[in-house]
Every structure is written in C-alpha cells, then in structure tokens.
Write a protein that binds this ligand. Structure first.
Ligand code: ZN
Length: 107
C-alpha cells in the first residue's frame, strides 16, 4: 500500500502530465504547448525568435522573420546615450526608470 506522500507525489505527476491547473479555486485543463527554445535570430537586426514565429512562406531550416525589422527594411536609430544609460546602468535613476517604465511609455 502506498503512503500518503507517495500518493501525493503520484497525483502531482498526473496533474502535471494532464496540464491541470488550479485557477481561482477551480481545476482547469490547460493543454501543454511547447514552443521550444528562442534560438532563431533575425539576420538583419539580431532580434530573437521562436521557430514558429517565422514568416509563413519561409522554411524551418532557413527561417526568415519580418515582424522585427521587415526583413531589414526598417532600421532603428541608436538610442541617445542618456536613454541607453536609463536602460542599461545600475544607477538609482535607472532603477526608478525601469520600475516605472509603463508609466513613462503611457504618456
Ligand atoms: Zn529583424
């Protein structure tokens, strides 16, 4: 006979396998979907993608992507150094900026 701990561990495995999640007090069957790794890189701008984000007409072997730079047609300007510092430095001003970035973007 299994111990309560063994039963609990087995139930956890089954729950994980079936993709059942407890949301707002109710068990909901959520189908597991595996996207794989974000290991595809746009050859034009260096943006990272999942393979499934490739252009519909490109192959899985040689994927191309358009939602970043439209296949190299759009190039972004470099950020002014002040803005780049806000994104990359470890200063308190940068920390505050990143913490409240949604408010800055909104206006
Ligand atoms: Zn790109």
């Amino acid at each position: 006979m299994s111990s309560p701990q063994e039963i609990f561990e087995e139930a956890k495995k089954i729950k994980h396998k079936l993709g059942i999640s407890l949301i707002d007090g109710q068990y909901i069957n959520i189908e597991h979907h595996e996207l794989g790794r974000v290991n595809q890189i746009c050859t034009h701008c260096g943006a990272k993608f999942w393979t499934d984000e490739r252009n519909y007409n490109s192959s899985q072997t040689f994927p191309s992507f358009a939602m970043c730079c439209a296949g190299g047609k759009v190039s972004l300007l470099e950020l002014p150094s002040y803005l780049l510092d806000l994104y990359t430095s470890s200063s308190s001003e940068s920390s505050s900026f990143l913490k409240n970035i949604r408010a800055y973007i909104k206006f």
